[in-house]
Design a protein around this ligand. Structure first.
Ligand code: HEC
Ligand code: HEC
Ligand code: HEC
Length: 461
């Protein structure tokens, strides 16, 4: 019976009053049930959010919970009719897709990421609300109570605009950070010291060369004993703005990160005790440890902290774009300005925004098309490249299906120097990444002319 009903629904795509009333009568029991489960399934802990936006946050999240949770959370009970063949297939595919594209548990409902809602997520929400594209049409037809009313929309948009900072922010001056100069100096020495690796051949700078945009400008880095890595080395410049460290976010912050490469057998293959044995008699280190920590005694924790402090100093203020943001309208030329407008027009700023123009959220690679399937098949001009464990991205950390192929959005600061691009380092030209981002992340084929201008803009960052 539901199969028939469903084909009937699909046929009557019009929003006519008659079909609505008819459907209302037919589906009333199902509706009541789905309404009931929507209320029972969640403890609205989010209403207790403290602070300035608490009331609005409560109202907005409640609306999202009612209208959107079916497809954007992992924790949903479904009404009985969801088990009927056609409805089931439809719902299942929407749920799987919806959750993969935008999991509201992460930052909104359950705060799984333990962070504020990122500008990227706010922007993506704003886009679908303004376009009226969510919930999807077919879903609205079986849950027409799920439609966003004008009041709902106003509340959620007000909430978004209150939470949103300006999309783009200039990088502050180094002085404003107030870092301890001796600690920075100590970190800088360690960062460049090859004795941090077992065979004294590699320093942090070997794979994050400050003269090469903070990267090694090769697809994969070479660890000690010529061990080939499987993921592209990201820039250390502006890494203090990263929401978490590594492409999959497995390190909480720069201090936690700094322990990684020293111990990684495929990178420096050493350990702090070994490093300390090599450095402890050096007078320059002794002096600096004394100055910074009040004693010449070394430890892995202190070294990691000093390195992290040095990395914090690696911000890059004063780009042409920052000049422009600060009000110098002459700082960008005509093409660069148009590129900036196009960057916003194509919604690139949904994910690349904030101080680092990225780095503040995790997003799926391949939203509109399956990047990994295309790459494995060598389609669309991509080099044939089989899927590796590294390609699972954040899934490796959370083990949640929804996080497969989800990566930290890279910063676009200094992007002209950080080639090759993407976590798999498969793309050498900026123009090609822009084309790929268009197809896989924003679902648009960007014309050649527009790509050129966007590239001109990216070079000002
Ligand atoms: C029936 C399932 C379903 C419901 C209900 C639903 N969505 Fe979606 N959502 C999807 C699917 C599927 C996608 C993937 C994109 C597409 O197919 O259009 C998606 C994508 C999204 C995206 C990402 C868009 C992008 O490209 O960045 C956002 C944001 C979003 N939904 C917000 C919402 C909001 C807000 C609601 C509640 C008003 C909602 N969704 C209700 C299924 C759903
Ligand atoms: C053999 C090459 C190699 C060496 C040596 C190395 N790194 Fe890395 N580094 C990488 C690669 C590759 C990644 C990305 C790994 C991943 O995301 O899984 C990375 C990631 C990072 C990140 C995270 C950046 C981001 O955007 O997430 C930071 C910060 C970093 N390294 C700093 C350091 C420091 C500090 C050292 C020295 C203690 C160091 N690296 C030594 C190759 C190296
Ligand atoms: C839905 C989020 C999203 C949108 C929208 C988006 N990007 Fe990205 N961008 C990403 C992610 C995630 C990556 C990393 C993917 C990977 O490494 O596999 C990335 C990588 C990049 C890179 C490579 C940076 C590097 O260092 O490797 C560039 C350049 C870039 N994006 C530009 C753009 C442009 C231009 C647009 C608009 C046409 C855009 N992006 C839209 C999420 C997004």
């Amino acid at each position: 019976m539901f199969k028939i009903l469903y084909s009937f629904i699909s046929m009557t795509k019009s929003k006519s009053l008659i079909s609505k009333q008819l459907l209302a009568i037919l589906l009333l029991p199902a509706l009541l049930l789905s309404f009931h489960s929507a209320k029972a399934a969640f403890d609205p802990a989010w209403i207790k959010v403290e602070g300035k936006y608490s009331k609005l946050t409560g109202e907005a999240t409640k609306i999202l919970m009612q209208k959107c949770k079916d497809c954007h959370t992992a924790n949903t009970e479904y009404p009985f009719y969801s088990q009927f063949p056609l409805v089931k297939d439809l719902l299942n595919s929407d749920i799987r897709k919806g959750r993969a594209y935008f999991n509201m548990d992460n930052e909104i409902f359950l705060k799984r990421f333990d962070t504020d809602i990122s500008a990227s997520s706010l922007n993506r929400l704003k886009t679908v609300l303004e376009e009226g594209s969510m919930p999807p049409m077919q879903y609205k037809m079986i849950h027409w109570d799920s439609n966003f009313s004008k009041t709902d929309k106003d509340i959620v948009l007000k909430w978004i605009s209150d939470l949103s900072e300006s999309d783009f922010l200039p990088i502050p001056s180094k002085e404003s950070l107030g870092l301890n100069p001796d600690k920075v100096k100590l970190g800088e020495l360690l960062y460049h010291d090859k004795r941090l690796s077992r065979d004294n051949t590699l320093s942090c700078a070997s794979c994050h060369d400050l003269a090469k945009g903070g990267t090694d400008q090769s697809q994969f880095s070479m660890g000690i004993n010529n061990t080939q890595g499987h993921i592209n080395s990201p820039t250390v410049y502006n890494s203090s703005y990263n929401i978490k460290q590594f492409w999959d976010g497995r390190a909480e912050d720069l201090i936690a990160q700094a322990h990684g490469p020293v111990h990684n057998p495929a990178e420096m293959g050493s350990n702090w005790d070994e490093v300390i044995t090599k450095l402890k008699d050096e007078s320059e280190y002794k002096l600096l440890f004394e100055k910074v920590y009040g004693s010449p005694e070394m430890s892995g924790d202190k070294m990691a902290e000093a390195i992290a402090t040095f990395e914090e100093s690696l911000i890059t203020p004063g780009s042409k774009f920052d000049d422009y943001l600060k009000g110098n309208k002459m700082a960008l030329n005509k093409d660069e300005k148009e590129g900036f407008e196009l960057f916003k027009k194509y919604n690139c700023n949904n994910c690349h925004n904030g101080v680092a123009i990225g780095a503040n959220s995790f997003q799926k690679m391949g939203i509109y098309k399956d990047y990994f399937a295309d790459r494995a098949a060598g389609e669309n001009g991509l080099n044939v490249f089989a899927i590796s464990k590294e390609d699972w991205g954040r899934y490796n950390v959370t083990k949640s299906e929804a996080d497969k192929h989800v990566f930290k959005v890279p910063t676009l600061r200094n992007v002209k120097d950080t080639f090759p691009y993407l976590h798999d380092g498969t793309v050498t030209e900026l123009a090609q990444v822009v084309k790929i981002m268009g197809e896989y992340q924003v679902g648009k084929e960007i014309p050649e002319d527009d790509i050129e201008k966007i590239v001109a803009f990216l070079k000002t960052l």
